[in-house]
Design a protein around this ligand. Structure first.
Ligand SMILES: C[S@@+](CC[C@H](N)C(=O)[O-])C[C@H]1O[C@@H](n2cnc3c(N)ncnc32)[C@H](O)[C@@H]1O
Length: 297
């Protein structure tokens, strides 16, 4: 079991779905290879939320290979996708893990016919063995802030070699805004952002700088790059998500400051949690989505 459990991925799911930049998959569609099915590689797939967000918008015949180091999460991917398919009006075939049907909101999208496969794969250790040959789209969501500069450069260079489009959603970018605001907010989030730079298994993490680095690395490899903000706009009613975030930020920030500053952060946490409890707290968490298209595609 890794640092990302099923409950956390479920908790963030609705905020993720609302935040995604809707136009990037539509911009991507004409640049996808014409061969069918479209082969998609999902890096750090967790329980498959990227597939569920993206596959219906892309439409048509797709074959997803979903990679993650955490087998607990991979084991849940088919069940989570089955439940989502039923709730969204798609058909689910358990034998060959296939989702079929029409996306009810997108009349121009061809009917979805999407199979999914999962594979345990340590991206940090085995990047050189990434099964990228024949892939028509490399994608990930909520992964890039974990990775290092060296790793990201290696990934972009592999993608450029096979001229594959890249779509990276929901990369944390370091901006957090609270309502109501507190005087300590800035200090806490600055400490959180320093903590983000700690090694998450890939070497020193890029944290909030990851999306900007990806844009530069991809452009240098000849990609046309489009970036959108995809901020979480967490509602007053989303108390569980706010509580989990505030507790996590407080923990991370306290690891970054001196003992004398830790009490202030603990107080910040208590005041913030009380505001959540009273239903008067809203939080905006900055994220970016990035689409990179090989210029020759
Ligand atoms: C924040 S979660 C995002 C999961 C999913 N993409 C989503 O949007 O819900 C980050 C994911 O990266 C995976 N991960 C972290 N380090 C990894 C590694 N070295 N190799 C493969 N996957 C890794 C975690 O197991 C987790 O599923």
């Amino acid at each position: 079991m890794g640092d990302f459990d099923v409950d956390w991925l479920r908790l963030r799911g609705p905020a993720d779905v609302r935040a995604r930049a809707a136009d990037l998959p539509l911009l991507l569609r004409p640049h996808l290879p014409k061969r069918s099915p479209l082969k998609v590689l999902d890096l750090g797939c967790g329980t498959g939320s990227n597939l569920r967000a993206l596959a219906p918008v892309l439409g048509g015949a797709q074959s997803w290979l979903c990679l993650d180091a955490d087998t607990d999460l991979l084991d849940r991917l088919a069940d989570e996708t089955h439940a989502w398919a039923e709730a969204s009006g798609f058909d689910w075939d358990a034998t060959d893990r296939r989702v079929t049907g029409a996306e009810p909101h997108l009349t121009c999208t061809p009917d979805l016919n999407c199979t999914l496969a999962t594979r345990r794969f340590d991206l940090a250790r085995d990047l050189a063995e990434l099964p990228i040959e024949g892939i028509g789209l490399v994608t990930a969501s909520a992964l890039l802030d974990l990775v290092s500069e060296t790793w990201l450069a290696g990934l972009v260079s592999q993608c450029a070699k096979v001229q594959v489009p890249i779509l990276m959603a929901l990369t944390y970018d370091g901006r957090v805004a609270f309502e109501p605001a507190l005087s300590l907010d800035r200090e806490v989030i600055e400490a959180v952002n320093r903590h983000q730079g700690r090694d998450k298994g890939f070497g020193p993490a890029l944290g909030p700088g990851a999306n900007g680095r990806l844009a530069i690395l991809a452009a240098a490899q000849g990609y046309w790059v489009e970036v959108r903000t995809s901020d979480w706009r967490i509602r007053r009613s989303e108390r569980a998500l706010q509580t989990a975030l505030i507790r996590g930020w407080s923990r991370a920030a306290r690891e970054e400051v001196t003992a004398s500053d830790q009490a202030g952060i603990a107080h910040w946490e208590a005041v913030r949690l009380a505001a959540v409890e009273r239903g008067c707290s809203r939080i905006n968490v900055g994220h970016r989505d990035l689409l990179a298209i090989p210029r020759r595609a």
